[in-house]
Write a protein of this length. Structure first.
Length: 202
């Protein structure tokens, strides 16, 4: 219950923040009777493109500039596509055990590589930091905090309550080009205070 409430509050804050920005395109569902049929509109509300209905399930970020984020049939997690429906990369899911895609903060969005590690792309869809982190935060004040030497720890529950957490030995931080500025045996909270970082760990 508490986790669900936190998720709803976080989702509302996120959607409200994103709604205040100006975007080039908007995704609209014109399907009927439970069918998902998406079209992309420009700022004049003209249809720019009708997406292939066989490919897409849902989007939680209907407004975008250079790439859209969808759950795509046959692909794991969230996917970024450009206006021509070219697949760009897998988008990081930012909430543990809930389905919610990452979004651009300080011109960086987290992505997931085929190796299962996390990197960053920019607002144009260009990969800036190759996926190499086991766990890494969003950017705040030009820095992102990452953890390494991690181990997945299962909560020993089954079904919908099954989940895991990461327990990591080292913590460090990077700049927006991916340069590692520090890596040491220190807690996330202690490093956060030292560099005056006020972002979200998710």
């Amino acid at each position: 219950m508490i986790r669900t409430l936190i998720f709803l509050l976080f989702s509302f804050h996120t959607i409200s923040t994103l709604a205040q920005k100006v975007y080039k395109y908007e995704i609209v569902d014109i399907g009927e009777k439970g069918e998902y049929v998406y079209v992309i509109l420009n700022q004049d509300r003209d249809t720019v493109k009708k997406l292939n209905p066989d490919n897409y399930i849902v989007t939680l970020q209907p407004k975008f500039n250079e790439f859209a984020i969808f759950s795509i049939k046959g692909k794991k997690g969230w996917s970024a596509i450009d206006l021509q429906e070219n697949y760009l990369f897998q988008v990081y899911n930012r909430l543990p055990n809930e389905s919610f895609p990452d979004y651009l903060i300080e011109d960086r969005i987290r992505i997931v590589g085929e190796n299962g590690l996390i990197g960053f792309a920019d607002s144009s869809g260009k990969i800036i930091i190759e996926p190499k982190f086991e766990s890494v935060s969003e950017f705040n004040n030009g820095f992102a905090i990452f953890e390494s030497d991690c181990e997945k720890v299962h909560n020993n529950q089954e079904g919908e309550h099954s989940a895991y957490t990461l327990e990591c030995e080292k913590v460090g931080y990077i700049d927006k080009d991916g340069k590692i500025l520090s890596l040491e045996n220190i807690s996330f909270e202690k490093l956060k205070r030292r560099i005056n970082w006020n972002g979200n760990q998710w």
